[in-house]
Design a protein around this ligand. Structure first.
Ligand code: SF4
Ligand code: SF4
Length: 343
């Protein structure tokens, strides 16, 4: 018979780097579109697992010489390959005991709500009154916090005692009742140093505008992140001033390379979504540096992460007239490459 201790041992042996368990009652009051009980009404536990991003995967971005590793091995590879295998294998072990288990990774493309939590227009209908519109999207960071895996930092990133902001998360919703772990009190890891705010190249993290919610009995507050601005910027492009043109992003003439991208054009996505040219400069790298300096991250290194002066690119010589590129260029996106192949 599996108990909480054995489930954790299994998760770690299957590849998770940290694991924690929350009871389903902690979701009382959750918005209907984010409530795991809408997916599994008989759920008893939510298990959260952290999968570390190698600090080495951020090295090439930090040095300005090798960007693909963070987007592939540090993001897409963990999210779409490594983590699902662990979560699925743990779900098998729980289902072998006769309890349903939902292995839950990053599957938000089908969600009924948009990036700010509003229902997407003309997207889906509830199957009956009182049920959520499909797909429900369980917020992985909130699930992790409610399971006691870590706290939600001011940056809105999940911070864990093992890796700070440096991990991806997978969860499992299950009918199996397991001994829950305590929730981490807000402020245990995040000291509001604001390093994330200062270093975000998009300026997407507000120091003054915040979101306040009650979660698991605690008042939790994080920056009211400008999701649209982060989305626009983290791939390494900035909007051109009105009347100008730029060809950094495929399918648009409104972006030019930013000071934190050495690429003339945004490189194509890796593992479907990986395109993090900013290398999470504020929300991960600056936060990690700050937390490491305070000695609050368990995964310790012999050398500090930041070893040289930070770099930036001078794009004052950017000439849009030379940059318009025909559809189908192999350096562009899958969609455009596919279009070329079907033309
Ligand atoms: S950088 Fe500082 S304020 Fe921002 S999340 Fe990390 S610890 Fe909190
Ligand atoms: S991913 Fe980059 S742009 Fe987005 S919040 Fe983090 S540091 Fe800012």
């Amino acid at each position: 018979m599996l108990d909480a201790q054995r489930v954790k041992e299994l998760a770690l042996s299957m590849g998770a780097d940290a694991v924690s368990i929350g009871s389903i009652d902690r979701w009382e009051g959750a918005p209907i579109q984010m409530d795991p009980r809408q997916i599994m009404p008989e759920a008893k536990s939510v298990i959260a697992m952290a999968f570390r991003v190698m600090r080495g995967s951020l090295r090439g971005v930090e040095e300005g010489t090798f960007f693909s590793n963070y987007s592939s091995m540090g993001y897409g590879g963990i999210t779409y390959l490594y983590m699902p295998m662990t979560v699925i294998n743990l779900a098998k072990a729980i289902e072998d005991e006769g309890y349903e288990a939902i292995p839950y990774g990053h599957q938000s493309d089908w969600r009924a709500i948009d990036g700010v939590g509003k229902l997407r227009k003309n997207y889906s209908k509830a199957v009956e009154p009182g049920r959520a519109n499909p797909d429900v999207m369980v917020q992985l960071r909130i699930a992790s916090y409610l399971a006691g895996l870590g706290e939600i930092g001011f940056s809105k990133m999940l911070l864990t005692p093992q890796f700070g902001p440096r991990q991806r998360v997978g969860i499992m919703i299950t009918e199996m009742e397991l001994e829950p772990d305590p929730i981490m009190a807000p402020g245990t890891l995040c000291n509001r140093c604001m390093a994330c705010v200062r270093a975000c190249p998009a300026g997407a993290l507000s120091e003054t505008e915040t979101v306040k919610v009650k979660l698991g009995g605690y008042d939790v507050e994080w920056t009211d992140i400008d999701v649209k601005l982060c989305d626009e910027t983290f791939t390494g492009g900035v909007r051109v001033p009105k009347g100008e043109k730029g060809y950094y992003k495929p399918g648009s003439d409104q972006f030019k390379p930013a000071w934190f991208s050495p690429f003339y054009k945004k490189p194509r996505n890796l593992y479907n979504t990986g395109q993090a040219i900013c290398g999470s400069r504020g929300c991960t790298r600056a936060c990690m540096i700050s937390m490491e300096a305070r000695g609050v991250i368990g995964n310790k290194f012999h050398q500090p992460f930041r070893r040289r002066k930070t770099w930036s690119i001078d794009w004052s010589d950017y000439d849009p007239s030379k940059e318009a590129r025909p559809i189908g260029d192999p350096l562009y996106t899958h969609a455009e490459t596919e279009k070329k192949e079907t033309d």
